[in-house]
Write a protein that binds this ligand. Structure first.
Ligand code: ZN
Length: 799
């Protein structure tokens, strides 16, 4: 054997097995000879290729063995020939070809192998160097909470070497005098290590938890109540009325209820007819004529199904004689295609021929195309079809483009009051979400007269509610295909999946169709396929339903809070909502904005909990990429980044804890109404919680105050300076002695799920800064755009 290279030791056993296997396959081969011819080109060290060979017979197999080429695994037979995998040089392969052996694809080159090894070594090195550096271990959260079923302990901890799979974290705590422990699970997303975590039911709430890393570090934290930071609400007004929902509601029912409420409460409510009509709960009537992809002709009516397309008949007939031409005849509602025949009377029209004939001779009634881009070279079959749009909604469900309605509630609706927007059912199958909005609207209207809290909100705010962003999809979900997520618009053109069989796969995901963080700009978490459930549309804001959201935000500039209501999962999230292929997110909110998001969230989640104890879990609360995934082109990101609107995303329908199995049970998109009803009521609480946040925000005229720690002075060696603020507020700062402005750096977070960053000062520096709260109040009424110098300033002298 002169083979110069071996890919490690794996060939020994495998080749013996392969030889035995081949012996069985080809009958007796005799023993492979060890005397091997040595072609001249073998002197040159060649790259080894891992290839698949097609071996026609036993003689050819013998030749492979004679050349000393070893079989790898992967011998299989198809259509009477045998395929084997071998590792050989290009010159050996050339010689094998002279024996009638066909060389198929290169399975793996040596170069690729080397790349795999390098890849593996890089990870090992990274892990090793991470572990060699000193470990920093932080407990990000140690929370307890009690929901309607049990009490839970939840811990998130982050190790500076946590990205390495050899880092393991263990938690210990005490329950009823007994020490308990648990291993934390590592959480990463799209290649980024986020943190380690665990969540377990507990019998007694522990006071503290200790995390120990196998890399040496330990940390201890007190266990605090999740959502415990805000005062629990007082007793509600006994006359407060709620629960106006007694079933799921279709778009027809929602619109009727909206009109009823508007008529009943003309002083408090108006209906905004949004300008962009949907494409309608309608389709062209269709049939796919022919049983094979190359014989089928897709026929679609020119008019909509309900306008006469439904019931049109199309027939492909055999004329029953020789040398007949291809003809098309139209008789009222019926199109007959007489297929061509040859001298022997056999049919000769291809699917493509029929497509062309239909388009040329019946193009005012139907359009035709081959099946999903097929060339249509097969002979068209005798076939008969009645075209249909396949829509099962009752006749009273309008097929026309729909006007999407927004409800506007407020005592003074002139744009002078702070605006809040809640919108639901971008995704059609999320049946609970419009109920949340309708319940909320009705509570505001029916409690206004006798509940002081409600009166305060309605008098002070300008509330916009869209129960159903996507009525066409909603109709489709109720009447035709319950799992419909998108709108109904077919963007699959004649070369795509535009046939009847794909009808439930059409539509644009309205929460992926917006212009910020779009897939069209390289962000992750949407699709460009017209049949994908996260189809982003042919271009940003291509859909009327999305344009309505943009229009509303443009039209009512007073809107500064938003809630994008989805189901299910029990999530509560905010921007950024998308990242690119390097997991680079849209800009993170500043540390102050983030603190505001968290603080307001706590209030809102407390409201949700009041109804039946549902606790939105800490692991499901936070910026979207930290808790769920990337969602390119979602509408909440549009509102935050483009319009400066603080916008959250609800995923109503939190999983329910089953104590018998110790598991969370998912509730789904369309739970039994009994459960959907509870979800609607509890999240209506949450939406009213958002109004309370907006109200407080609107009343906030108090500028924030801030300090640094440590303060000005002289220090030996570098110091880490942190900022403290009297309320959530964004810090703008400079370290070059200049005036801080809105263009200056903002204090950010030190990392995913981590607190605000600290400034490392290692030489004498003057820090100048000011803070701004979410209502826009600037500390000391400093004017960053003016010339004044009433910002904060501190000199840190390093000796
Ligand atoms: Zn959704």
């Amino acid at each position: 054997m002169k083979r110069k290279k071996h890919w490690g030791g794996k060939f020994g056993i495998l080749s013996v097995i392969a030889v035995l296997f081949v012996s069985v396959l080809f009958g007796s081969l005799g023993s492979p000879t060890s005397a091997e011819p040595e072609p001249a080109e073998r002197i040159v060290e060649e790259e080894l290729l891992h290839v698949q060979l097609e071996v026609p017979n036993a003689d050819a197999a013998m030749k492979i063995m004679e050349m000393g080429i070893e079989f790898d695994h992967g011998i299989h037979e198809h259509d009477g020939v045998y395929e084997v995998e071998v590792t050989a040089t290009p010159s050996e392969l050339r010689q094998l070809e002279t024996y009638g052996i066909e060389v198929h694809e290169v399975l793996m080159t040596e170069k690729q192998w080397n790349e795999r090894i390098a890849e593996m070594n890089a990870v090992l090195e990274r892990n090793e160097s991470a572990i060699l550096s000193e470990e920093r271990l932080q407990i990000l959260r140690a929370n307890h909470y009690t929901n309607q079923s049990a009490s839970f302990l939840y811990v998130e901890a982050k190790s500076s070497v946590g990205a390495s799979s050899s880092t393991a974290l263990t938690a210990t705590w005490t329950e009823n005098g007994v020490e308990k422990s648990a291993t934390l699970a590592r959480r990463s997303d799209y290649g980024e290590y986020l943190y380690h975590w665990f969540e377990l039911p507990v019998e007694e709430i522990p006071t503290s938890v200790t995390i120990t890393s196998n890399q040496g570090a330990t940390a201890t934290s007190p266990v605090e109540e999740w959502l415990g930071g805000v005062p629990k609400p007082g007793k509600p007004n006994p006359h407060y009325v709620s629960d106006f929902i007694d079933s799921y509601m279709t778009p027809t029912q929602i619109n009727e209820r909206i009109d009823q409420l508007a008529a009943e409460f003309p002083d408090l409510m108006e209906v905004i007819q949004m300008p962009y009509k949907t494409n309608g709960y309608r389709r062209h009537a269709q049939a796919t004529m022919g049983g094979f992809t190359n014989t089928a002709v897709v026929v679609s009516s020119i008019v909509w199904g309900h306008e006469g397309g439904n019931g049109m008949e199309v027939e492909f007939v055999n004329p029953g004689g020789a040398n007949s031409p291809l003809t098309v005849s139209v008789d009222e509602n019926k199109i007959t295609v007489s297929l061509a025949t040859n001298a022997a009377g056999a049919l000769t029209s291809t699917a493509r021929d029929v497509v062309n004939a239909l388009n040329n001779q019946a193009g005012d009634l139907v359009s035709a195309n081959t099946y999903r881009g097929n060339t249509g070279g097969g002979i068209a079959q005798v076939w008969s079809s009645t075209l249909t749009d396949g829509l099962n909604g009752p006749e009273y469900v309008s097929r026309e483009p729909a006007t999407v309605k927004a409800i506007r509630i407020g005592k003074k609706k002139d744009g002078s009051k702070p605006g809040v927007l809640g919108y639901a059912q971008e995704h059609a199958r999320e049946w609970v979400t419009p109920l949340v909005v309708m319940e909320t609207a009705e509570r505001l209207l029916r409690n206004y007269a006798h509940d002081a809290e409600t009166k305060k909100l309605v008098n002070s705010l300008d509330i916009f509610l869209i129960p159903m962003v996507n009525p066409d999809g909603a109709n489709y979900s109720f009447y035709d295909y319950n799992m419909q997520r998108r709108n109904m618009t077919n963007h699959c053109g004649p070369d795509g999946a535009n046939d009847f069989g794909a009808r439930s796969a059409w539509g644009v995901d309205l929460n992926r169709n917006h212009s910020v963080g779009s897939i069209h700009d390289g962000f992750i978490g949407a699709s460009l396929s017209c049949t994908s459930d996260t189809y982003a549309g042919p271009e940003p804001t291509s859909e009327p339903e999305s344009r309505n959201i943009v229009w509303l935000a443009d039209q009512y500039e007073n809107i500064n809070f938003g809630m994008n209501i989805h189901s299910h999962g029990g999530y509560f999230m905010w921007s950024p909502g998308a990242y690119d292929a390097n997991r680079e997110t849209l800009p993170r909110p500043s540390a102050g904005e983030e603190a505001f998001y968290w603080g307001a969230s706590e209030h809102i989640l407390n409201r949700i909990q009041e109804h039946r104890g549902t606790v939105i879990q800490p692991t499901r609360t936070g910026p979207i990429p930290d808790v769920l995934y990337s969602a390119a082109g979602n509408s909440a990101d549009y509102l935050w980044y483009e319009k400066g609107i603080y916008t959250w995303n609800f995923e109503v329908g939190a999983p329910l804890w089953n104590p018998a199995t110790n598991r969370w049970v998912s509730v789904g998109f369309q739970p039994p109404f009994e459960e959907g009803h509870e979800e609607a009521l509890e999240f209506a609480n949450g939406l009213i919680g958002l109004f309370e946040v907006a109200y407080q925000h609107g009343k906030d005229k108090q500028p924030p105050r801030s300090t640094i720690n440590p303060g000005k002075g002289t220090y030996k060696g570098p110091v880490e300076v942190s900022f403290e603020t009297s309320e959530p507020a964004t810090i703008y700062y400079t370290i070059d002695g200049s005036r801080p402005t809105f263009e200056s750096p903002k204090l950010g977070l030190s990392g995913t799920r981590e607190p605000a960053e600290k400034l490392l000062i290692n030489e004498t520096t003057t820090i100048n800064w000011f803070s701004v709260d979410p209502a826009g109040n600037v500390e000391k009424n400093y004017n960053p755009s003016g010339n004044g110098n009433n910002f904060n300033s501190a000199k840190i002298t390093i000796k």
